[in-house]
Design a protein around this ligand. Structure first.
Ligand code: GLN
Length: 483
């Protein structure tokens, strides 16, 4: 049962082979038994899950169910959940019970999905290894001595370890695609504005985007269908119809033009990972696609530009945590200044503080033009690179990460080497494009992710391209312990 896809689970529920309560209980038992191994959950919402499951069973019995009704899922702990702790993996929000649901949470609940709990992540989504969480690191189910990637590492590990059939994630610079790659699952970051950010705790508002983390592309299509769409409560959400993502999954790839950016296959890429990517590209050629060499000349500037823009936005977004309104407050403050200083000093972890310092510096009067404005100009150049590329090709492919999962602790003392693990994913956020990572093989028993990048609002195309590959390969079906 834990191997079933969302559509298979849906069929089983509709055929009354299993009830949502039974299914939910089975997953809750599995989390109870195995959850600690990966530390992928911060909160498990046992009672609420069973209430939702009972309601789903009633909807199914009444013939009012949709394709996702009764299916369990887990939410990254960055999404506000009414009445449930929403910590963002920070001490700052350890005591925060959200008073409302994020739009994503609301929509998936309205579709009848059952929330199992909230997944672990890097603190405020800042990280690439899940080691910055206040609740401790997440372990990669393929090798517990290795990181699952981040920041949506708990969601990726929980899906890979079959603790949930699907999960939500968010991606500001790679946080869906990079952990999906390192845990051997399918992850999709939609076009900026496709999914509402309302109730999603802000890191860098011009880059943040929520998306599905699942085992297959078909499952991602199902989940995105329920997540996507205009939301008047998010001023950057785009009012544009949501296509039927499953309708085009079976389209043939004959004649598809795949762009291979030479900058994604340079010395920085591990040779064994490169070989797996090459084999995946061969598979696409056999499916009728054609590969074209392209260039994204400003790729090398994406990490430096991102590490000015994202910290700048975060320094502003995180100014709301002041010890006054909500969240952590220090003991016995002497005066207001002491309250601010100690609440923030004690409530935030080291990486979050580093980002706030960098961002505050980059936005300060004397340096604004030299850093922030410059980074914004680079952002335009990066978008223009992609615009030119998509005049020539339908999708862009390359590795999602430079190597497979690294060891816990390996990069914690070297922020720059940590930042470079998103070298292939960050440009996509700067340009606001959709991107995906799909399982493409293994190196020494560790998963490798193939990245697919599409033009604006080309999610259906990406899902089609991913699904066709998953029809002729079974990497996405492999479970930890059997690579
Ligand atoms: N790893 C990147 C960072 O640390 C991206 C994180 C994300 O996408 N949330 O900022």
């Amino acid at each position: 049962m834990f191997e079933k896809t969302l559509s298979e689970l849906s069929q089983a529920l509709h055929a009354k082979k299993i009830s949502s309560v039974e299914l939910t209980q089975a997953y809750l038992d599995r989390i109870e038994r195995l959850g600690e191994q990966s530390n992928s959950f911060i909160t498990v919402t046992v009672e609420q899950a069973l209430v939702q499951a009972r309601a789903a069973d009633q909807r199914i019995a009444a013939g009012e169910a949709g394709p996702l009704t009764g299916i369990p899922l887990a939410h990254k702990d960055i999404f506000c959940t009414d009445g449930v702790r929403t910590s963002c993996a920070s001490r700052m929000l350890d005591n925060f019970i959200a008073p409302y649901d994020a739009t994503v949470v609301e929509r998936l609940a309205a579709a009848g999905m059952v929330m199992l709990g909230k997944t672990n992540m890097d603190e405020f989504a800042m990280g690439s290894s899940n080691e910055t969480s206040y609740y401790g690191p997440v372990r990669n189910p393929w090798d517990p001595e290795r990181v699952p990637g981040g920041s949506s590492g708990g969601s990726a590990a929980a899906v890979a370890a079959r603790l949930t059939p699907a999960a939500t994630g968010t991606d500001t610079g790679g946080s869906i695609r990079q952990p999906a790659a390192l845990c051997g699952i399918t992850g999709l970051k939609p076009t900026y504005g496709r999914v509402s950010r309302y109730g999603m705790i802000a890191f860098a508002s011009s880059l943040d985007q929520a998306g599905p983390m699942t085992r297959s592309a078909e499952d991602a299509a199902l989940l995105l269908q329920a997540m996507a769409g205009f939301d008047p409560r998010d001023s950057t959400s785009i009012d544009r119809p949501v296509p039927d993502y499953r309708a085009s999954l079976e389209h043939s790839l004959a004649g598809l033009k795949i762009g291979l950016p030479r900058e994604y296959f340079d010395q920085g890429l591990d040779a064994a990972t490169a070989a797996v990517i090459e084999a995946a590209l061969d598979q696409y050629r056999r499916l009728g696609a054609e590969t074209v060499d392209i260039s994204l000349p400003n790729s090398g500037l994406s990490v430096p530009a991102y590490y000015v823009i994202a910290p700048s936005e975060c320094s502003s977004n995180l100014s709301r945590y002041d010890g006054v309104r909500f969240g952590y407050r220090c003991e016995a403050p002497r005066d207001l200044e002491d309250l601010y200083k100690r609440s923030r000093g004690e409530g935030f972890g080291a990486e979050v503080k580093r980002r706030i310092m960098v961002g505050t510096y980059a936005l300060s009067a004397g340096y604004y033009d030299a850093y922030y404005i410059k980074a914004q100009k680079i952002r335009q150049l990066i978008s223009a690179d992609f615009r030119r590329a998509f005049e020539q090709v339908d999708v862009i492919m390359g590795p999602a990460t430079p190597s497979t999962a690294f060891r816990l602790g390996e990069k914690t003392d070297d922020p720059v080497s940590m930042y470079l693990s998103d070298i292939y994913t960050i440009a996509v956020n700067l340009a606001g494009l959709p991107g995906m990572s799909i399982p493409a093989g293994f190196v020494d028993g560790l998963p490798v992710g193939l990245q697919l990048i599409g033009g604006y609002f080309q999610e259906a195309r990406l899902l089609n391209v991913a699904h066709q590959y998953q029809q002729v390969t079974d990497w996405h079906r492999r479970a930890p312990g059997e690579a």
